[in-house]
Design a protein around this ligand. Structure first.
Ligand code: SF4
Ligand code: SF4
Length: 502
């Protein structure tokens, strides 16, 4: 079923970046060594099942704990456990297993998988998703019969599948979808079997009509009827940043709001992407463990913007080799350029939750009177540069600030773009003057950390950083708003809806 087009207030459509976009998926060479972190963002510490010197096979579970919110860690190469150590990974120190590859590329097939998955019991499907490592997909994990996710399978009433990105270097998921339409439908069908109460909505770029038609045709063919099954909806949306964020998807599609500090699953919503659905299909129907993933590699320092299929746990350094422009100092970010996590240590592994690596050119040279440059390759919300009048000009996004920090000129741009209708410049002032109570009243916890206010500010004020530090301070002080209940949050949506021109 095709839903009515929806859009949200604020946001920003990034101009097309400079660079070559490759139209196929490359496979990275088999790494000599991988590092498998044993904990994900949402998970607890899990019990290690291997020791230094043990031989392991790709797909073998090397750590698991079925009684906590966690997902099993899976070896991604055949080889020997070389070390067990602690690494600084994203949000702190985590245990990790180093595996030295033996150079063979085969893997251990999951026991009990079946091409005709309709013959499998729902518990078996759950088990296959869990032991393959695919239960770690999405921000909160896919709920199974195990305690792998903060939610239970029956509590999920909605699955949202994203098919497009809106950041400056978002690559098109259409490439991943092409040729795998039937696998994708089967992935949706498998998810429906373990999450029986869920309706599935596929969020699509309303302007990409061919992709949308291809999707609807694939669903019709998959369901072997002439109509789209009544549990699948196709939702056209505007390709505007940050539409693909969990919060904005839930607001635009379901007219609900994720509770402050919570996850989609707290209100019964599971958010996945096309890659995740294909992983589910591969685990259950083909018995393929989650040992590799396709990562979008793009940015101003990249030789080509492309998808790379890589083994999980390969070091960032290996991926950068040969893929970065010569004589360029790159800045690697796990995620998109505005909200991703800066990774300075290139020996860090590309873990299973990484779907995007942004690689920007470090531009340390000071630009004298930056605002006086014609700016054929510069992006600006205020249309100050020539690029805004030349439709064909492509933007060079790098790390240059293009100007110095200046006092706020009350232009209101930050307020215009804020997708959750708060007032970033006022919040920043409150926080700077230590007026945390005022910041709380101005809705600081509504901020979804999209970083857009900082990006558009002509005075280079780090608004998003100021707001993030204000939130941290309030949480440390035990602010009661942080402990808001889902019910209260749903009440807040009513007020929000009035402001959102859907
Ligand atoms: S205040 Fe928060 S939500 Fe609004 S634009 Fe800034 S970072 Fe995004
Ligand atoms: S965008 Fe920058 S200069 Fe404009 S109102 Fe916001 S903080 Fe002030």
């Amino acid at each position: 079923m095709l839903n009515k087009y929806r859009r949200f207030r604020g946001g920003y459509t990034f101009r097309k970046p400079e660079g070559v976009f490759k139209k196929n998926i490359e496979t990275a060479p088999l790494p000599k060594k991988v590092i498998i972190p044993l904990k994900l963002r949402f998970g607890s510490k899990i019990t290690l099942l291997v020791k230094k010197g043990h031989r392991v096979r790709a797909g073998q579970v090397i750590a698991r704990d079925d009684e906590t919110i966690s997902t099993p860690a899976v070896a991604s190469v055949n080889g020997t456990v070389e070390d067990i150590l602690q690494i600084n990974y994203f949000y702190g120190k985590v245990d990790a297993v180093v595996i030295r590859s033996d150079g063979t590329s085969d893997y251990m097939k999951l026991e009990g998988s079946e091409e005709n998955y309709t013959r499998l019991s729902h518990d078996k499907i759950s088990e296959l998703i869990y032991t393959s490592g695919a239960a770690s997909l999405g921000k909160s994990g896919i709920p199974t019969i195990f305690k792998s996710s903060p939610a239970r399978p029956k509590s999920i009433n909605s699955i949202i599948i994203t098919t497009f990105g809106t950041g400056p270097f978002a690559l098109d998921d259409e490439l991943i979808f092409k040729g795998r339409e039937s696998d994708f439908y089967k992935g949706l069908d498998i998810l429906k079997r373990i999450l029986p109460n869920a309706k599935t909505t596929i969020a699509m770029d309303k302007k990409n009509k061919t992709f949308m038609k291809g999707m609807i045709d694939a669903i019709r063919r998959g369901s072997t009827t002439t109509t789209v099954p009544d549990w699948i909806f196709v939702q056209p949306l505007e390709k505007k940043y940050p539409q693909e964020s969990e919060d904005m998807l839930v607001r635009a599609i379901l007219k609900k709001k994720i509770p402050i500090g919570g996850l989609g699953v707290d209100i019964g919503v599971l958010i996945l992407d096309i890659h995740d659905v294909l992983r589910v299909y591969e685990a259950v129907a083909l018995g393929k463990p989650f040992i590799e993933r396709t990562v979008a590699f793009a940015g101003s320092a990249a030789r080509e913007n492309k998808y790379i299929n890589m083994r999980i746990g390969v070091s960032l350094e290996e991926i950068l080799k040969g893929n970065v422009k010569d004589n360029t100092e790159p800045r690697a970010i796990f995620g998109n350029a505005l909200t991703g996590l800066l990774e300075k240590d290139v020996s860090m592994p590309v873990g299973r939750s990484i779907g995007h690596i942004t690689i920007l050119e470090e531009a340390r040279a000071r630009q004298f009177l930056a605002f006086m440059h014609p700016g054929l390759c510069q992006d600006s919300y205020s249309n100050a540069f020539l690029s805004s009048c030349v439709a064909s000009s492509k933007i060079k996004y790098d790390t240059n600030m293009r100007g110095e920090l200046r006092p706020c000129i009350q232009c209101g741009y930050c307020e215009e773009v804020c997708p959750v209708s708060i007032i970033p410049h006022l919040l920043s002032k409150q926080i700077k003057h230590d007026l945390c109570d005022g910041a709380e009243k101005l809705g600081i916890f509504e901020c979804i950390d999209c970083g857009l206010c900082s990006y558009v500010c002509p005075c280079k004020i780090p608004l998003a950083d100021d707001i993030a530090s204000g939130k941290r301070k309030l949480i440390e002080e035990g602010c009661p708003v942080w402990k808001v209940k889902v019910k209260e949050s749903e009440e807040a949506v009513k007020g929000y809806r009035g402001r959102m021109p859907l």
